[in-house]
Design a protein around this ligand. Structure first.
Ligand code: FES
Length: 205
């Protein structure tokens, strides 16, 4: 092997080492770059965690017929303490409703029942119209003048005229496609409802 060849070989070897090193750095940088979004997608920020956290609502002062609003995940959640008369009127509306048994609507399995509730006296429902997301109005009185003379009480969305009964079930022939959503929740005791968390093995329903 000539000296010149030997020099060429050592230059080639050096270049290859440098290139291998550079490739390794780029590769490592690429892997780091790829890893960041992957890791962050698995680690929600404290703010995001707080936004999704369950909230407790004190219902001890809620009178029969009244509605309380709490915020959960940036949405209003209504808690309505239904009177015996309100509950008694629900079955008669089934024929006028789009999804009376809530087969096509969103609610936890433990609320897919006649009153859509854990305890029938309390309706806990997300106060967002399932049409385009407006906030319906609580209109509990029979024949409320801004709804209709035959109104039996419920929720009215004036945006496009959707109507829901006192179980949040949508009427036929209105724009909203499904019943109002029921969030996961459970009763910690007779006074506190925890919204955002369903009944657990150790928690009271
Ligand atoms: S948003 Fe409620 S009727 Fe359209």
């Amino acid at each position: 092997m000539s000296i010149e060849q030997n020099n060429d070989s050592s230059v080639d070897l050096k270049r290859r080492r440098i290139l291998t090193g550079v490739t390794g750095v780029v590769g490592a940088a690429g892997a780091t770059f790829l890893a960041v979004p992957f890791v962050s997608s698995w680690q929600p920020s404290e703010k995001a965690k707080a936004a999704g956290a369950p909230v407790n609502a004190d219902i001890s002062k809620l009178q029969s017929g009244q509605m309380l609003t709490v915020e959960w995940r940036g949405k209003p959640v209504w808690i309505v303490r239904r009177t015996p008369e309100m509950l008694a009127g629900l079955p008669a509306l089934d024929g006028d409703l789009r999804d009376p048994a809530s087969n096509e609507s969103d609610q936890p399995a433990y609320c897919q029942n006649a009153t859509r509730a854990v305890k029938e006296e309390y309706l806990v429902v997300v106060g967002v119209c399932t049409h385009l997301g407006c906030a319906p109005l609580y209109r509990p009185a029979i024949g409320s003048p801004d709804v209709s003379a035959d109104w039996q009480g419920g929720f009215f969305c004036p945006c496009h005229g959707s109507r829901f009964d006192l179980a949040g079930r949508v009427f036929k022939s209105v724009p909203a496609p499904t019943n109002l959503e029921i969030p996961p929740y459970h009763f910690i005791n007779d006074s506190i409802v925890r919204i955002g968390e369903g009944p657990t093995a150790g928690g009271a329903a």
